[in-house]
Ligand binder design. Structure first.
Ligand code: T1G
Ligand code: NAD
Length: 693
């Protein structure tokens, strides 16, 4: 049973019970429709709709997308609720999202408990509301708020919903009791049914201007822009024609790759931390976190832990360094306060009670998890782990935030290899949602589980990575960055490459990203790799020359671009450096189209990603997709590089790689896995399905 019918005097209660989130699957929709008819048939005077368990309806059942549709359809159910001759009341707790809010909008009266959240998040799944949301919401809130809510997709708290007229009252208590009481009050005053569709549309706004603004923010994503079109229809058409227009746009979006990419991302985000090896493995305690090094990353990691209300002890080399670390953390926390992420009291408590700073490692003897974030230098890391081994309590998890270095080598330098793991955070660590949990050959299962538990506690998306140079993300980054460097040597400008990839949907192209991260990072990495470099590798010099001139990107104000606050301008010194290098190498530059740039860059990314899966560094293609989406700005609406590859067609990609290899068969070696999948007529996503527990 997914929908319960109960009679409470004159009030019929329809209570959904479809855990975990009361999604509006076929049985729930059918139950609502039948329950309504039964209530009317049995002479009830009002109907109360509720969700059992932790929430009201969190939306349509996303698992039904792409499958044949089964009646009754949600728009019809909503219209029938609204047309009911007796008042229908929604008592909302938890989340009323998507179709869930659309059901509420079809009710005649809406009550919410204080913690409830309401929203139409469909655009984040690549679609728009499809059961009247774009036509009913503006009739209650006006166009400006409706456009913000539907095109932005972010849910609002009950208090805001009350202010907007989206709910009629907020009360603390049990939704069933509150709802019954509200129903009785309404009956006592003979309250009428109140269909939202009967309200006139609000005063129109400049929809073209609104659309232009949404288009700019959407960076190529179709659904937020289409949402404005659907909302605008409500201003020029009668209600039911507007519904039909909404439906038409909804169906069109349902067929897009963007919808498929975004739904893939939704489920991958929830799948990624589910690993068969961690079934029945309990994590170790993680109440007290030690952090070594209070630079950019150490301070960010400490901030992340403090924001999650964990206790943190941070160790630095001397009191000056400690002072800088404290300032960095305080700066991060006041930023979080300004952005409304934490309350003033949380902020004050954290600084006075939860954070300790020390210069001696003895301060870490109680720590459950110790995360090292000192300089990226193997010798220094080994010294730190040797000290940790001496002072850490038995069973403490010893983690390194290294970007590239070998976790197994660090582990082998201690006598506690099973306790050692990589926890690779991304900068700024208290903001970026990705955490790579780097599992060494000897890492104990409960240490891995602790990495995932910590990630969850910090609100991160944690991805398991095996050990290799750069782990999942930086290794793949290295491949597509190299491809971009090759294109520059062969004739493309860094600026054309950035523009092409920004048009693809990346918030920043690779050269702008390099400026942001600091050109010195790549420089140090090139120096580190130089001794073992294959002579066939093409490594440009112009980037080193920029660094040699003291230009490290944003932090020095100059790199590929000249930075002034938030604006960037091409640095006129860069192209001459590149031209001189081409001349030295005897290369005559050729023109690239933006399309070729994107195809090459993506082919390099997908090919390396396939290798990362083939070698077992990433367990599943979806793990790679999550790393690129959460840590590297890959546009979510393309689903991740391997989902994108599936949708493009793997045979075409492989043909591209073979063609590129004609000029450079050292860089362009197709991955065995890619060739195997093409030969078998399969796609990466098939591997995700095989490995889902
Ligand atoms: N359909 C199917 N499964 C869903 C689901 C949904 N709508 N929402 C969540 N799940 C599963 C999820 O995969 C996970 O499964 C479990 O529930 C718990 O979720 C016509 C077309 C509600 C805020 O976009 O935002 O309505 O991993 O881990 O952190 O216009 O889930 O356990 O197997 O995320 O407490 C619009 C999507 C749909 C809401 C709860 N609705 N969900 O967060 O738990 S489109 C949404 C969420 C629509 C109409 C249209 C969140 C949540 P498993 P969880 P949570
Ligand atoms: P940073 O130079 O900003 O900070 C390093 C800090 O470590 C300094 O404050 C230094 O005083 C301190 N330190 C050095 N030796 C120490 C010791 N023995 N004991 C205690 N403190 C010591 O460097 P960062 O950017 O924060 O990077 C730290 C680590 O994180 C590196 O391994 C780096 O590869 C990795 N990482 C960096 C980024 C990034 O974007 N910056 C991202 C992910 C991972």
């Amino acid at each position: 049973m997914t929908l319960y019918y109960e009679k409470h005097g004159d009030v019929a209660v329809l209570a959904a019970d479809n855990p975990p989130v009361n999604a509006l699957g076929q049985a729930v929709r059918g139950g609502l429709q039948d329950g309504l008819l039964r209530a009317i048939g049995e002479g009830a005077l009002a109907v109360l709709i509720l969700g059992r368990g932790r929430t009201w309806f969190a939306g349509a059942d996303i698992r039904e997308f792409g499958k044949p549709r089964v009646a009754p359809f949600l728009p019809d159910v909503c219209n029938r609720i609204e047309a009911s001759p007796i008042p229908v009341i929604a008592a909302i707790h938890g989340t009323a999202l998507g179709g869930g809010l659309e059901v509420a909008l079809s009710c005649h009266y809406r009550l919410a408990v204080p913690g409830a959240k309401l929203g139409l998040p469909e655009v984040s799944l690549g679609i728009i509301p499809g059961a009247g949301g774009t036509q009913r919401l503006p009739r209650l809130t006006g166009y400006e708020e409706a456009i913000a809510m539907i095109s932005g997709g972010r849910p609002i708290p009950a208090s805001k919903a009350l202010a907007l007229g989206l709910v009629d009252r907020i009360e603390e208590g049990d939704p069933m009791e509150l709802g019954l009481q509200y129903a009785r009050e309404l009956l006592a005053r003979n309250a009428p049914t109140r269909p939202v569709s009967a309200l006139p549309p609000p005063a129109p706004v400049d929809f073209e201007a609104a659309k232009a603004q949404v288009t700019r923010k959407a960076r190529g994503q179709l659904s937020p822009v289409a949402a404005v079109d659907a909302i605008a229809a409500s201003a020029r058409m009668p209600f039911f024609d507007g519904l039909a227009e909404e439906r038409r746009i909804f169906r069109e979006l349902m067929e897009t790759d963007q919808r498929e990419g975004l739904i893939h991302a939704f489920f991958a985000e929830r799948q990624v931390a589910k690993l068969p090896e961690l079934n029945d493995v309990s994590p170790r305690p993680l109440d007290m976190i030690g952090v070594i090094g209070g630079g950019t990353m150490g301070a960010g990691i400490a901030t992340a832990a403090l924001l999650a209300r964990l206790r943190v002890t941070l160790v630095e080399i001397d009191t000056d360094a400690l002072d800088s670390a404290r300032k960095r953390i305080a700066g991060n926390l006041s930023g979080a306060l300004r952005r409304g992420k934490i309350s003033q009291s949380h902020h004050d408590e954290v600084l006075s009670d939860a954070l300790s700073l020390a210069t001696g490692y003895d301060a870490l003897t109680d720590a459950d998890v110790i995360i090292e974030a000192v300089f990226e230098d193997m010798a220094i890391k080994k010294q730190v782990f040797a000290k940790l081994e001496a002072i850490a309590k038995p069973g403490a998890v010893l983690a390194s935030n290294t970007s590239y270095l070998d976790i197994d080598e660090i582990a082998a330098s201690t006598s506690r290899a099973p306790d050692v793991i990589g926890l690779h955070f991304f900068s700024p660590a208290h903001v970026m949602r990705l955490l790579e949990v780097v599992v060494g050959h000897q890492s104990a299962a409960d240490v891995t589980a602790t990495g995932f538990a910590l990630g969850k506690r910090l609100g991160k998306v944690s991805v398991r990575s095996g050990v290799c140079d750069g782990f999942i993300g930086n290794r793949i980054l290295f491949a597509y960055r190299t491809c971009a460097d090759h294109m520059v040597l062969d004739g493309a400008s860094p600026y054309q490459i950035d523009r092409a990839l920004e048009a693809f949907g990346f918030p920043m192209g690779p050269f702008a990203v390099a400026d942001l991260a600091g050109l010195d990072i790549g420089w140090a990495n090139r120096k580190r790799l130089a001794p073992d470099r294959d002579p066939r590798e093409r490594v440009p010099r112009y980037a080193d020359q920029l660094c040699e001139g003291g230009h490290f990107g944003q932090k020095t104000g100059r790199g590929y671009y000249i930075h002034d606050g938030r604006t960037r301008q091409e640095n006129p010194d860069v192209l001459p450096l590149i031209e001189a290098e081409r001349a030295d190498l005897g290369l005559s530059p050729r023109a690239f189209t933006d399309d070729e740039i994107t195809r090459r860059y993506m082919a390099a990314m997908v090919n390396e990603a396939a290798r990362v899966v083939e070698e077992g560094i990433a367990r599943r293609p979806l793990d790679v997709d999550m790393v690129l989406l959460m840590g590297y700005g890959f546009p979510r609406y393309h689903g991740g590089p391997l989902k994108w590859a599936d949708m493009q067609g793997l045979p075409g990609l492989l043909e591209d790689i073979h063609r590129f290899a004609e000029a450079d068969d050292f860089f362009w070696q197709p991955s065995d896995l890619l060739m195997k999948l093409v030969a078998q007529g399969r796609v990466f996503d098939d591997l995700n399905k095989e490995q889902t527990p």
